[in-house]
Design a protein around this ligand. Structure first.
Ligand code: PHE
Length: 339
């Protein structure tokens, strides 16, 4: 046995191979399941007990030497190939694995696309904002609780500079730069100082819409939102508006859609009500128009805002909000989009 090991040791040391195929043949000969080194190992149980220790050590040394040698031959063969004159080094290696779009991006694109077809243009603005654009211009009273530290992230040492808590700030920026007609859709990330759990996060994403022109009415708002709901959740979707309150709209409403999982029959998803809430909306408060330089005796407008996570959850039933920011590719690769 010891002789055999010694002989193989010499053999391994002198191995030569020019191509990857030759290297593979050597690997099969020496190291594969039926190769001669594993065969030695199988014979190990026949070695007399007093020799077991030495033989065992030598076999292990031999196996390691064979592995090292074959690996270095493989590397050398690889270098020889890539350095060869006929190889196109610019060719894309196969297989090419394309990533997937993030589910929130897919849903955001879908929402923006629906409103783009209705004539809305895209507007974006900064995530680090000043108090005026986030709150004051939106008719939030000085002591409104949303301004509280519990809800708002402040940039240290600048009480006026905050992380925006809704994308209405983008609407303020559009209004101060442009006179009606205004028809914009504003997607973006927003921040709220909440404890992170399956149902809440310290940041999430919104899409808000704003339409200001002469004679814009609540009926226009309702029609656009019905169309959106049916495009997003299917042609049989019904909507329901419930009275609500926002500082920047009057009247204000929250919109539910008929539960698309049970068709409105009632299920655990809609808590057996047949309806699920999807967005807030209303007619822009004249005080907001005036604060942003728009004559409220001439123009009226509507606004609406929704959470992209919420819409995504309704579409795909993602149970835990944290999944959206964990970057687990097993989760992310479950979502596909056409573009
Ligand atoms: N800005 C509101 C929010 O963040 C949403 C909203 C926008 C409601 C426009 C009504 C009109 O909750």
């Amino acid at each position: 046995m010891l002789d055999k090991i010694q002989q193989l040791m010499v053999e391994v040391d002198q191995l030569q191979a020019a191509t990857a195929e030759e290297v593979e043949a050597l690997r099969i000969k020496y190291l594969s399941k039926k190769g001669c080194i594993p065969a030695l190992m199988a014979d190990f149980r026949n070695v007399p007990a007093e020799q077991k220790k030495e033989v065992g050590m030598r076999i292990n040394t031999l196996k390691q030497a064979a592995l090292d040698k074959i690996n270095s031959l493989r590397d050398a063969a690889q270098v020889a190939v890539t350095a060869g004159p006929d190889i196109d080094l610019t060719r894309t290696p196969y297989p090419v694995r394309l990533g997937t779009r993030h589910p929130l991006t897919i849903v955001k694109n879908e929402i923006v696309d629906i409103f783009a077809r209705l004539g809305f243009t895209l507007a974006e603005g900064p995530e680090v904002e000043d108090d005026w654009h986030v709150y004051s211009s939106m008719n939030f009273a000085d002591d409104h609780p949303a301004r509280d530290m519990q809800d708002t992230f402040f940039v240290e040492a600048h009480p006026d500079i905050i992380l925006r808590s809704h994308t209405s700030s983008v609407q303020a920026r559009v209004m101060e730069q442009q006179q009606p007609p205004i028809r914009v859709i504003c997607p973006g990330r927003v921040y709220r100082n909440e404890a992170i759990s399956a149902r809440a996060h310290c940041f999430f994403h919104q899409v808000e819409g704003l339409y200001i022109d002469r004679n814009v009415s609540f009926t226009d708002l309702k029609q656009v939102l019905l169309l959106f709901a049916q495009e997003m959740f299917g042609p049989d979707t019904k909507i329901r508006l419930r009275p609500s309150y926002f500082p920047f709209t009057e009247p204000s409403a929250e919109m539910d859609i008929s539960c698309h999982l049970c068709g409105g029959e009632g299920c655990s998803f809609c808590k057996h009500t047949g309806w699920v809430e999807i967005l807030g909306c209303g007619m822009v408060d004249p005080a907001v128009l005036e604060a942003n330089g728009i004559d409220s005796s001439v123009y009226t407008g509507y606004a609406f805002g929704m959470g992209i996570e919420r819409i995504t959850n309704l579409k795909y039933q993602v149970k835990d909000l944290r999944m959206f920011s964990e970057n687990d590719t097993r989760f992310l690769s479950e979502f596909t989009s056409a573009n």
